[in-house]
Design a protein around this ligand. Structure first.
Ligand SMILES: [Zn+2]
Length: 237
């Protein structure tokens, strides 16, 4: 189920975790409008909850030790071409690397698949409360998987002298430019293999890491030297 609009932007890492609250809420909200009926009707009745609860996984990070790893994957920590070599399924990945090692480097593509099963179970149990909780969580992790900086150990530009890029991309840009984004992504489509789809999200995000870092270097750094405030900087395109 493709429930999240593909918004090309950024943000990420264990410390920072994910999109800002504003963006997460908007992503979950807009995703509902891409659903086919009768699913759309079912979820639109609770769109307020789905939007508000989009940030719950980030809130849980303070209470649940394992939560942090669910929001990212440091692909470059596995060496070259890791995106093509890593085991697609959790059990195989654990056999190869061990669970501690996987958790330390982030598990978002595998966790999306796990959340998909939770949602499926909620449907089978006909439990609307559980259904909405699972969907809103799934929306959060899918949104995170679309963030390039969630797929690299250089999640805040700290390895390339660009510290702070995470917060700028995940929070400030969506807050300032939300009204100018193009959200037309067409209707949601059926995904025959959710686990492979999660990996494809991560792969596409990872391809964009270089661009994200380069744009920041070429565009923002020179402006920083002029001592403009952040808002002035991003308003003067
Ligand atoms: Zn997150």
């Amino acid at each position: 189920m493709k429930v999240i609009p593909k918004i090309v932007l950024v943000g990420a890492g264990l410390l920072f975790c994910s999109w800002g609250f504003f963006a997460h809420r908007k992503i979950n909200q807009l995703a509902v409008y891409t659903l086919p009926s009768p699913m759309a009707g079912f979820y639109k009745k609770n769109i307020q909850y789905l939007s508000e609860a989009a940030v719950n996984p980030d809130r849980r990070r303070y209470a649940v030790a394992e939560e942090g790893a669910r929001h990212f994957i440091d692909l470059d920590d596995y060496g070259d071409s890791a995106i093509y070599k890593l085991p697609r399924y959790w059990r195989e990945a654990v056999e190869k690397f061990g669970e501690d090692s996987l958790q330390a480097r982030g598990i978002v593509p595998w966790h999306i698949y796990r959340m998909y099963f939770q949602l499926k179970e909620a449907f089978l149990l006909k439990d609307p409360e559980r259904n909405h909780q699972s969907l809103s969580d799934l929306g959060h992790y899918v949104a995170d998987a679309h963030v390039p900086l969630h797929t690299t150990k250089n999640y805040d530009g700290q390895l390339t002298g660009q510290t702070g890029i995470h917060g700028f991309w995940e929070s400030r840009l969506p807050e300032l430019y939300f009204d100018e984004y193009d959200f037309f992504v067409g209707p949601a489509t059926y995904l025959p293999n959710v686990q492979l789809a999660a990996w494809e999200m991560v792969r596409q995000s990872n391809i964009a890491v270089d661009s994200v870092l380069r744009f920041e270097k070429n565009f923002l750094k020179p402006l920083v030297k002029t001592n403009l405030t952040l808002r002035q900087r991003v308003s003067r395109r």
